[in-house]
Design a protein around this ligand. Structure first.
Ligand code: ADP
Ligand code: MG
Length: 266
């Protein structure tokens, strides 16, 4: 083994031990490039370290997105603001920057079904993940089910601790299904704790006056709304359902029904 072979083996061993996989994969090719560019040693080392750092950040963001448990990945690039003019675009753009998370501010998205609330909430939460924040997506129903199960199995404190480590908890579809008394109280506790520790993002089809119907008690609903809406950004969608609009557009382009063949009508 030549001196050069020996140093290569030792270098690769050290990079592996130090857990620097990108450097290990790219050091030789980048050395050739730097030799050609006549870049000096510190520049070579800098470029190599930058690649390792970039890959590391990319993997960490991918892990955060996986941990967030999004039902589907939605980003802001596919959201058409022109289809929902009631949405405050300037506020959405501001929230995408993520400063509200530093101040533990909440975001409430209110509107009829199909108006893009879940899409927008996921897009905002996705952007938070990309900025290094820990996020978790739950529908209100699955969160309450999980809370009730954890209480049953005496794992409630553990779940609260997990939730407290988040920067953002997204609760989707609040208001579709009413809760039992125990479920409403457990959800209230999550919202109370969030007030001290992290931001909440809630999507709902309910106007504030209707919240008592799903939480049961007027007193509990009052206390909950008080915590949720203090330090809160509200996005309201008053328009028509996006899917309905698309369906109407498609049917406008079609010939009237009596001009379709029998097979097409089926
Ligand atoms: P909501 O949560 O308000 O019921 P969703 O976010 O689930 O509505 O939207 C229903 C579907 O329509 C989703 O596939 C979503 O991506 C799409 N959608 C809704 N609004 C828009 C919009 N303004 N631009 C692009 N897609 C939209
Ligand atoms: Mg939704």
């Amino acid at each position: 083994m030549t001196e050069k072979d020996k140093s290569t083996v030792l270098l690769e061993y050290s990079l592996k031990k130090l857990k620097l996989p990108t450097m290990l994969r790219e050091y030789a090719a980048l050395a050739a490039v730097c030799r050609k560019d006549r870049s000096d040693f510190p520049i070579y080392l800098l470029r190599l370290a930058e690649r390792e750092l970039l890959d590391r950040e990319k993997h960490a963001a991918e892990r955060r997105i996986k941990d967030a448990n999004f039902p589907v990945i939605k980003t802001i690039d596919t959201y058409e603001f022109s289809a929902q003019p009631s949405i405050n675009e300037a506020l959405v753009r501001q929230l995408l920057r993520g400063e509200y998370l530093d101040y533990r501010e909440n975001v409430l998205l209110i509107g009829n079904p199909g108006t893009g609330k879940t899409h927008l909430a996921c897009a905002l939460a996705f952007s938070a993940c990309a900025q290094g924040r820990r996020v978790r997506f739950h529908t209100a129903t699955d969160l309450v089910t999980q809370l009730l199960e954890c209480r049953e199995e005496k794992r409630l404190q553990r779940l609260h601790k997990q939730l407290q480590r988040l920067h953002l908890l997204l609760i989707d579809e609040l208001g579709y299904v009413p809760f039992s008394k125990a479920g409403a109280e457990l959800l209230f506790e999550v919202i109370s704790r969030a007030y001290e520790h992290h931001s909440l993002m809630v999507t709902t089809n309910l106007a504030f006056e209707e919240w008592t119907e799903i939480f049961g008690s007027e007193r509990l609903t009052g206390a909950l709304l008080d915590r949720l809406t203090h330090r809160c950004h509200i996005l309201q969608a008053n328009g028509e359902s996006y899917r309905l609009r698309q369906a109407k557009k498609r049917s406008k382009g079609r010939p009237p029904k009596n001009q379709l063949s029998n097979q097409q009508q089926l």
